[in-house]
Design a binder for this molecule. Structure first.
Ligand code: FEO
Length: 397
């Protein structure tokens, strides 16, 4: 239920999307929220909007606090349509002449999203925007995760509005991290693994920059999920996930199968890993969403990929997953490939090439088996799992 007063005179007027289950290909089992913030001081400021189809709900939430026409200024931290889709509708109520502050890239990108233009004002990092008794400053966060992305810092209240960064796709009435408790971290990790992982080097630089600025942060407010009253919890986790070091002795066995032969191999390899004390997650494509698999891979040392040979190639779901994983650029992984085949048997070679292209440390040769694996073949799979486990355990990464 929103709006919620999150600090004196500052409200989350966003909306909860309880029913979304697919967020541009990311499985949102728990729904999500689109947070937007209203700062009511001597001037009234709206930070971000919501998805277009929730525009009415946003307007109602604002109207419970103030007449929307009294909003003086809108700040847009990010152009992506889950945060800007309602902007035209809201500006129609706020007043189209009112300024919309954004980054210079935001000015370009917002203009390209709507058929009408608004009073977009580019604001530079380091500039203070003094609005009555409140002072806003801005941090450009280009490519975290769009070119236009920026953070807004409210100096008097020490609140950092961080757009997508530090968010989670989590729908709930709980407004703050300390209310949800530890379980929120799995949602935050999934968000990081599927939206931000490829920008890990930029995140490390950004964290250094924010620390270097000596910014005091009482509350960290992302545009999705709960707000962080303990900002160091999530900032430290982002630093850890971004470094991609101190990974767990864990392997994810990702596979698909036609007539269960590759599946038998996958499960026997998983047994071998388990017998050597490695935490192993066999994850069959078509049963697990790719975004859940990436979340498991985020802190695993090893990725073991299996595919049958189909039409001289790999199985389509495996190709889909490899394309997805490649785009997210996980680093510092051990990898291995396996698969069953009928006559031509190209899949393992193709998988190895894909994994090598991702700069993973490959354990070769991969394991292939013609037709249905018998007991001897399954013993070889167990041994392959043990071999992978030995590399996992001897390597610090
Ligand atoms: Fe939540 Fe990049 O949008």
């Amino acid at each position: 239920m929103k709006p919620v007063e999150i600090a004196k005179g500052i409200y989350d007027v966003g909306v909860i999307d309880w029913t979304i289950r697919d967020f541009h290909g990311y499985s949102t089992h728990m729904g999500t929220s689109y947070n937007a913030f209203l700062v009511v001081g001597e001037k009234i400021v709206l930070i971000d909007t919501v998805k277009k189809n929730f525009a009415d709900q946003l307007l109602r939430n604002i109207a419970r606090i103030v007449d929307p026409a009294k909003i003086d200024v809108v700040i847009s931290n990010h152009t992506e349509m889950d945060h800007s889709g309602a902007l035209p509708y809201i500006m129609g109520k706020v007043g189209k002449e009112k300024p919309v502050y954004c980054s210079s890239m935001g000015q370009k990108n917002l203009s390209r999203h709507f058929s009408e233009t608004f009073n977009f004002q580019a604001i530079k990092e380091g500039e203070d925007l003094v609005l009555g008794d409140k002072t806003f400053s801005f941090i450009e966060t280009r490519m975290l995760h769009w070119p236009d992305s920026m953070f807004t810092y409210l100096k008097e209240d020490k609140i950092l509005f961080s757009s997508d960064a530090f968010g989670q796709h989590y729908a709930g009435h709980e407004q703050f991290d300390d209310v949800v408790g530890e379980k929120i971290m799995s949602h935050a990790k999934k968000y990081f693994a599927n939206i931000l992982l490829l920008y890990a080097p930029l995140i490390l630089k950004l964290i250094d920059k924010v620390v270097g600025m000596g910014l005091e942060i009482n509350m960290l407010c992302p545009d999705h999920g709960v707000l962080w009253r303990n900002p160091s919890t999530i900032i430290d986790a982002y630093a850890r996930w971004s470094r991609q070091e101190d990974l767990e002795n864990k392997a994810v066995v990702v596979y698909d199968t036609m007539w269960h032969s590759t599946e038998l191999m996958a499960l026997a390899i998983a047994d071998g890993l388990h017998l050597e004390g490695v935490d192993v997650r066999p994850m069959k494509l078509r049963e697990y969403d790719r975004s859940d698999i990436m979340t498991e891979i985020c802190d695993a040392k090893a990725v073991v990929v299996g595919s049958p040979t189909l039409n001289n190639g790999i199985f389509p779901t495996v190709a889909d997953f490899l394309t997805y994983m490649k785009g997210l650029k996980p680093q510092n992984k051990i990898a291995a490939a396996f698969g069953s085949f009928g006559w031509s048997g190209e899949s393992v070679k193709i998988l190895e090439q894909e994994l090598a292209d991702m700069k993973f440390d490959l354990i070769t040769p991969g394991l292939k088996h013609q037709y249905v694996p018998d007991d001897d073949a399954l013993e070889k799979c167990v041994a392959f799992g043990r071999q992978i486990a030995a590399v996992i355990k001897e390597t610090r990464r």
